[in-house]
Design a protein around this ligand. Structure first.
Ligand SMILES: NC(=O)c1ccc[n+]([C@@H]2O[C@H](COP(=O)([O-])OP(=O)(O)OC[C@H]3O[C@@H](n4cnc5c(N)ncnc54)[C@H](OP(=O)(O)O)[C@@H]3O)[C@@H](O)[C@H]2O)c1
Length: 281
């Protein structure tokens, strides 16, 4: 898709990846309706990005407010080309210590909010003569899990299935759906989680540029899912130790170090043991 003069709706723009996505889209000449709850941060972003950024104070868990906003903002002549379901929250805790309101906040934001946004905007996208694109921000924790992530993973695995089914449903309408699953990103996401953000994490601007690239792919090419992981995540000393026994990787002679960023970002060194008889010659 050629991005200039297009219309995008992006949720969760008041910080992190959503703010970076807004900047990247505006730089391409796209008009961005940016949704979040924090008025001050939305206004500050508009000051930075100018008139092509339209701040929208919206709680995406409020189904009625979303329906009303969509109805009064868009029409066949002014239909969105892009929806980025980015807003999300994560709380990591043992299941018997997770407060009900945190569970509900994750379900309501990460799942229900995505449904409210998509179900209200898809009818307008179907009226759009041009190709449209929905990007759902999932997570590496929607592909794999770690202790204390049961609730968050439930929502991100949900987004994974939602996106895959929706991609199959909407491609005949010329609407692409892509689920982007990032590993750890250096944002405010971790502030309430007790996990320390650091510079070895993925950078929001890098992911935003990559998502722009996905949206700009030729109209007949659908990328339905993509996973991004940080290289060289921070490890503690114990985890940096080389495996004691010789290991090899399926099709190469190299030792496989698979960094798992989902384990509290104290990364584990995982080696694939291959029995001697299975080793390639
Ligand atoms: N950071 C990571 O390591 C990481 C890794 C994988 C996936 N992700 C996913 O990436 C997405 C963006 O996260 P981030 O890292 O950029 O986190 P962030 O900096 O905490 O940003 C989250 C955004 O979501 C908005 N938001 C939260 N609840 C909302 C609601 N009910 N209604 C509207 N907006 C809401 C927040 O704005 P207000 O508070 O102003 O509403 C904020 O703008 C999330 O879906 C997250 O699950 C993050």
């Amino acid at each position: 898709m050629e991005l200039s003069q297009k219309i995008a709706v992006v949720t969760g723009v008041s910080s992190g990846l959503g703010a970076a996505l807004s900047c990247a889209l505006i730089a391409k000449g796209t008009k961005v309706y940016g949704l979040a709850r924090t008025v001050d941060k939305l206004n500050a972003l508009q000051k930075k990005l100018g008139n092509k950024f339209i701040p929208v104070v919206m709680d995406i868990t409020d189904q009625k407010a979303i329906a009303l906003w969509v109805e009064t903002t868009f029409s066949k002549q002014h239909a969105p080309d892009i929806l980025i379901n980015n807003a999300g929250v994560g709380y990591f805790s043992k299941i018997d210590e997770l407060p009900l309101e945190k569970w509900l906040a994750m379900i309501n934001t990460n799942l229900n909010g995505v449904f409210y946004m998509s179900s209200n905007l898809v009818p307008l996208m179907k009226l759009n003569n041009a190709s449209c694109h929905i990007i759902n921000i999932g997570s590496i924790l929607g592909k794999t899990t770690r202790p204390d992530s049961a609730a968050y993973s439930a929502t991100k695995y949900g987004i994974q299935g939602f996106s895959e089914a929706l991609a199959k449903e909407l491609r005949k309408y010329n609407i692409k759906v892509t689920c982007v699953n990032p590993g750890s990103i250096e944002t405010h996401f971790f502030e309430d989680s007790g996990i320390r953000a650091h510079h070895n994490m993925l950078q929001p601007n890098d992911i935003a540029s990559f998502i722009i690239h996905i949206i700009e792919t030729p109209c007949n090419m659908l990328i339905d899912e993509i996973t991004l992981r940080p290289l060289q995540p921070i490890m503690n000393k114990e985890e940096q130790k080389e495996p004691s026994s010789p290991v090899c990787y399926a099709n190469s002679s190299e030792v496989r170090k698979e960094f798992r960023d989902e384990d509290q970002f104290k990364v584990k060194l995982v080696s694939t043991q291959i029995k001697k008889k299975d080793k390639p010659n």
